[in-house]
Write a protein of this length. Structure first.
Length: 124
């Protein structure tokens, strides 16, 4: 039981971290650059990433909790195998969650950080 509890705490850290940092990035983005153009891009990116983490963190927490509850009475090899699979999936989700923000930044800002025209955003 103590091994299961330890594994549950470890594998719920990713979703809980995504939710906490998602709220933080969404409402109080960390340190901003001084230049006005870069500040707009920075705020946009942090806001977008925070929203993505909030959207993904809740369902990931629910699925992770459900999976861990399903293997609660199982032996150590089963819990470990399921935990490794769960951790791999969580890691992939965490690292790929920044892709929508990057795509959206390219769509809304040019290379210098200037906002694109509304007419050119539809073409991209």
């Amino acid at each position: 039981m103590s091994r299961w509890f330890f594994m549950a705490v470890v594998f719920l850290l990713f979703p809980l971290t995504m939710i906490i940092f998602g709220l933080w990035f969404r409402f109080r983005p960390p340190g901003r650059p001084k230049e006005k153009e870069k500040e707009a891009v920075w705020k946009f990116a942090q806001n977008h990433l925070g929203r993505t983490w909030l959207i993904l963190g809740g369902p990931m927490l629910a699925v992770s909790t459900a999976v861990l509850l399903l293997v609660r009475g199982s032996g150590q090899p089963v819990i470990l195998t399921v935990g490794i699979i769960l951790n791999t999936i969580q890691t992939i989700i965490l690292f790929t969650s920044s892709l929508p923000a990057q795509i959206s930044m390219r769509r809304h800002f040019d290379e210098e950080g200037n906002p694109r025209d509304a007419s050119t955003q539809d073409e991209i």
